[in-house]
Design a protein around this ligand. Sequence first.
Ligand code: SAH
Length: 327
Amino acid sequence: MNEPKFRAKQLFDWLHVKMATDFSEMLNLPKSLREKLGNEHSIAKVSEVTRQESRDGTVKFLYELVDGNTVETVAMDYERGISLCVSTEVGCRMGCRFCISTRGGLVRRLSAGEILGQVYASSKNLGKRINSVVMMGIGEPLDNYDASVRFIELITEPMGYNMAGRNISLSTCGLVPEMDKLAELKLPITLSLSLHAANDEKRNRNMPVNRVYSVNEAVGAAVRYSERTGRRVSYEYAIIHGWNDTDEDADQLRDLLKGTLSHLNLIPINSAGDKSMHATRDDAYRFQKKMLDRGINTTVRRTLGSDIDAACGQLRSRKIKADEVTN
Ligand code: SAH
């Protein structure tokens, strides 16, 4: 725009430190420049539609985007600070059978600004700094590769929000080419692979992506990621009572993960209305014991916000249903 260099720095500071949502706020820029910016550009806006607060301090936001679509963002209060779970897409096209977020398919991908907007809006709404981010909300981040990477670059920018890369996790259902592409960038973030089954027959059934990239291919890419980046990979495994928690499953999972730089994270499946899939925390603890006995580093994920349906997809799907009723 033929402006002096220092204006770029001022603008960046307004966007990423002061988290301005409108160019008119940027009072140290000349009025003419503010107007020009306003005419030629826009700041990705996410606005709070509803907020649910759990007894345990978890806050779940439903955010509306400029085109009226909505996404969910969940803030979890841990001892080490606020961890924010962000969405990367409106809906999802991966089709995992147990996941609510994918039921209506993919509506559209979010821009990097809209992912970032969830962090900034939550930071302002809570009046607190966000300490860590998990890209585990609605959507498949690696199916929105460029925006997800751009988001990570911006949120970790020292002149901006300056979040530590090690405080960011990106979760994928296992898009192998993008996992390899990400490894090449050597970003200091944690990669999580949603595994949920240890053989192709079972994984095919619940995760269509497995028909394209098998269990061995997905785990292979995760191992390459850890070799390339030196970082421990996290494997997500949602326990489904009686289906993926047998001794045979534990043996197969051990064979996959043994000797890799990894961490296994168990989650009791959220049955989300489907009674054929369920699990209790005790089921998860029982399977944890099996894995620990087999020498695999395993934890059971804390459950937060269960009284507000904090698991992703639930608030958005209710809003869509409510809109259908009123329209
Ligand atoms: N698409 C990415 C990130 C979003 S899903 C991925 O697949 O990893 C975030 C996590 O929630 C994934 O591990 C996903 O498998 C899990 N998940 C989805 N539905 C679930 C359910 N009903 N119960 C437990 N975990 C679920």
